[in-house]
Design a protein around this ligand. Sequence first.
Ligand SMILES: *Cc1c(COP(=O)(O)O)cnc(C)c1O
Length: 230
Amino acid sequence: MSETDTIAEDVARNLADVREAIAKAARAIDRDPSEVTLVAVSKQHDPARIQAAIDAGQRVFGENRVQEAQGKFPALKECHPDLELHLLGPLQSNKAEDAVALFDVIESVDRPKIARALAKEMDRQNRRPELFIQVNTGEEPQKAGVVPGELDALVHLCRDELSLPVVGLMCIPPIEEEPAPHFALLAKLAAEHGFERLSMGMSHDFETAVKLGATHVRVGTAIFGQRPKP
Ligand SMILES: *Cc1c(COP(=O)(O)O)cnc(C)c1O
């Protein structure tokens, strides 16, 4: 069997396992598994692996760098117009133009400057990707995301002043902490602001996230294997 066949089999099997684990976690709390969207995080993986996931029926993908995604996804999107591409990584305002042009969902809105840059580009391009606001639930100084105390003001700016299509909140809990309290906090903040979507949970904690209300889980390693070292 060729190496490509083996990769395709691995990815298909991993995807089936992850989907089954999501369904099991959802059913455990009487949620309909179809309420949870699996975002397959393909950053640092080559198009062959992404193609294997597409062949196995996966349509929603996440990347964390605009430039890397620009190198991989336009061709894939051309062949599969139903692909939905999410931006997960920190966004610089000088990349807002490219991000609005390529991505269908931008999950990393975290400050006024980015919100304003996205609003301007959306008007200019007449294209409106859905947005999530990233919350730094652990208040880690080095991490992207708005701290909970500043969320109110950012939501107000995005929704009321800029009329941006914000649909939910996203978080990445601190690596060394129990994720559940962070997921619960994100769910509480979303409820307070009337957001129905919650992007939380990665390879090692997506089942916990589903049990705490995630509508989007972002899973990379458990689908595609370890990322190649940069
Ligand atoms: C890389 C990444 C993921 C996926 O992480 P895995 O542990 O490989 O599942 C999820 N979310 C964000 C924001 C990421 O950057």
